[in-house]
Ligand binder design. Structure first.
Ligand code: COA
Length: 172
């Protein structure tokens, strides 16, 4: 399957909320919370859609990463059931991590329901590790949140041996 991504806009909120309320039910954010986050320059929200159907939103994900802060937070991610298991969730999280890196974050945190092994597996595959538990965090269900963290390492580059030899030769 092929999808396109773009930055979320205010006029996407209604389409996002259709997914949000049907997927998260008791944990769903309100329209106001979603509207505020998408408008917040400290946040970065992406939406996914089939090629050339930019209003047909099938997934979204959001990052909170204020400029200059060393920590970022994955605020949310949801993929419509019909679009799952095609790598979209992974691509969205990777895109948010790339943006967090650009904004200077060195670590990205998230909370995930203890009874959501699919999402935990997605995050683990992307390098997130468990760092704590928030008891009864998800209300009214009283389900624990597992806190996960991924470190964003500084890129380290060195000249490959062959390239170093060539560079030396060129200087001679
Ligand atoms: C969790 C969710 C975002 C994953 O989206 P997705 O597009 O289906 O995920 P991907 O196809 O990119 O899968 C990436 C990896 O995640 C894991 N994964 C995703 N869905 C899984 C499932 N149902 N069962 C087991 N592992 C799963 C796998 O390791 C998968 O890699 P693989 O396909 O190579 O095995 C999606 O299932 C969803 O929207 N769930 C409801 C909302 C939700 O739980 N959000 C997270 C809140 S913290």
């Amino acid at each position: 399957m092929t999808w396109q991504l773009r930055r979320a806009r205010q006029r996407d909120v209604d389409a996002i909320m259709v997914l949000e309320t049907s997927i998260f039910v008791n944990d769903a954010w309100s329209n106001g919370m979603m509207t505020r986050d998408i408008a917040d320059p400290s946040c970065y929200y992406l939406v996914a859609f089939p090629p050339d159907e930019p209003e047909n939103i099938v997934a979204y994900a959001g990052l909170l990463a204020p400029a200059g802060a060393v920590e970022g937070d994955i605020q949310t991610i949801a993929v419509a059931p019909s679009a799952r298991r095609s790598g979209l969730g992974r691509t969205l999280i990777q895109s948010l991590i790339t943006e967090a890196r650009k904004r200077g974050a060195r670590e990205v945190f998230l909370e995930v329901r203890a009874d959501n092994p699919e999402a935990q597996r997605l995050y683990a595959r992307l390098g997130f590790e468990d760092v704590g538990v928030r008891r009864g965090y998800y209300q009214p269900d009283g389900v624990d949140a597992i806190v996960m963290r991924a470190r964003i390492d500084e890129p380290v580059t060195t000249l490959a041996t062959d390239a170093a030899a060539e560079a030396t030769e060129e200087c001679e």
